[in-house]
Design a protein. Structure first.
Length: 135
């Protein structure tokens, strides 16, 4: 099941907020760390993207959903770490099989994807696109 479908399943009993009510939003984000370059010994930046959100009528309802979605985020983060590790091992084996010592063949380093969830007033408040240029 995709992370989006899992999120929707956890939130399926959400009570829709009315326009005149204060709303709370449970938002699922993905954070990708990207290698920026070799300057100053190497530097990284992050991109944070909203994956899915659900509006709730009350903060209590949002916090109840938050618990289940946090478990989903932890599980997806663990899966991403395992996949990242497998990919790194595969790339290293490919280079070793060809007796290539220059790891620059692999392109820029990568980092595992990280998922996290927050309760916020409006969806997308945490979205962020880092700078890909060294300053």
């Amino acid at each position: 099941m995709s992370i989006e479908n899992s999120f929707d399943f956890i939130c399926q009993n959400a009570i829709a907020a009315h326009d005149d009510e204060k709303k709370c939003c449970v938002s699922l984000y993905v954070r990708d760390r990207v290698y920026g370059g070799p300057e100053e010994g190497g530097w990284w930046y992050s991109n944070v993207t909203l994956v899915r959100y659900q509006l709730f009528a009350t903060e209590a309802q949002a916090n109840r959903a938050l618990e289940g979605i946090e478990e989903l985020a932890k599980c997806k983060t663990r899966e991403a770490m395992m996949e990242h590790g497998k990919r790194c091992l595969h790339e290293m084996a490919w280079l070793d099989a060809r007796m290539i010592d220059d790891y620059n063949w692999l392109g820029p380093p990568t980092s595992p994807t990280d998922y996290y969830v927050v309760v916020e007033a409006e969806p997308g408040e945490e979205e962020y696109q880092g700078s890909s240029t060294y300053e």
